[in-house]
Design a protein around this ligand. Structure first.
Ligand SMILES: Cc1cc2nc3c(=O)[nH]c(=O)nc-3n(C[C@H](O)[C@H](O)[C@H](O)COP(=O)(O)OP(=O)(O)OC[C@H]3O[C@@H](n4cnc5c(N)ncnc54)[C@H](O)[C@@H]3O)c2cc1C
Length: 244
């Protein structure tokens, strides 16, 4: 078992927070998830995916979305605070970029982005990262909680292309005070967004026969996306996934 202490808690949306911790070095690799318990619910264990590659100084980052009536996720978004000590066990998961040099396609729904952020930063340390396409999907533009960070990475890394996708081009008419507080000028504009469901948008690009494909999102999004990809001729053996 490993421990780390919360040093930052950024609530980015009513239902999304980014949590940064420093602590033990956990033996995971980018793309994996770890089992976590928090002091608010010490007996509840849930899997979360680090959004940073493993670091020798024990830095960790997690992106957490509160699911309706969820025990742990709602509490992390609303109640986590600096000084909280989290416990970690069981790193696991098969989403790894191989050394074949094949192009990479990442398909992320919501906080399914986290393991891909880790894989992209890991690839950026390599001499020749593979060409990588990241489809990042959300319901509406303001649900693209990491738009600013991805916009900057996209501009910085010549081998990375980010495709932001939203189901609806218009935000809901209620005000998300957390979004208003954290709003910045950097990020994708409405003209940069593709409209549609992730599975439809990705499979409209054709079949991916010579790619490494990774899918991470809600169980429904993961299932629907894989079904559409394979129905369109993408071989299942090219696909690795983690429903969150
Ligand atoms: C490999 C893996 C990696 C994961 N990584 C992350 C991550 O990086 N960030 C993150 O935010 N979450 C991640 N999850 C999801 C996380 O582990 C929890 O399942 C989620 O936070 C809900 O836990 P909870 O205790 O709040 O809800 P629970 O108390 O377990 O569930 C409460 C209710 O919410 C429903 N519910 C549970 N999950 C979902 C969902 N995804 N969408 C809609 N309804 C749901 C349940 O059916 C139930 O009715 C990951 C899951 C897996 C398996």
């Amino acid at each position: 078992m490993w421990h780390a202490t919360v040093v930052e808690h950024h609530r980015l949306r009513r239902d999304v927070a980014v949590v940064r911790l420093i602590g033990d070095v956990i033996p995971f690799v980018s793309g994996q998830s770890v089992a976590v318990s928090t002091p608010q619910h010490p007996l509840v264990v849930r899997r979360l995916s680090p959004a940073l590659p493993p670091s020798l100084d024990g830095k960790l980052e997690f992106h957490v979305k509160a699911v309706p009536a969820g025990w742990m996720s709602g509490s992390i978004v609303a109640e986590t605070k600096p000084g909280d000590v989290w416990e970690f066990t069981e790193p696991a998961g098969q989403m790894r970029i191989d050394d074949s040099g094949r192009d990479v396609v990442m398909i992320a729904g919501g906080t399914g982005l986290a393991p891909f952020r880790s894989l992209i930063l890991d690839a950026a340390r390599k001499a020749e990262p593979p060409r990588t396409y990241l489809f990042f999907g959300a319901r509406t533009p303001r649900d693209l909680y990491a738009s600013d960070m991805l916009f900057l990475l996209d501009a910085e890394l010549p081998w990375l292309t980010v495709v932001p996708v939203v189901e609806h081009l218009v935000d809901p008419d209620w005000t998300d005070e957390w979004y208003e507080r954290t709003k910045v000028d950097v990020g994708y504009g409405l003209d940069d967004l593709l409209a549609g469901r992730l599975g439809d948008v990705v499979s409209a690009h054709g079949k991916f026969t010579a790619h490494q494909i990774f899918v991470c999102g809600s169980p429904g999004m993961t299932r629907a996306t894989i079904e559409q990809l394979t129905a369109g001729g993408t071989p299942m053996e090219n696909i690795r996934y983690d429903p969150i």
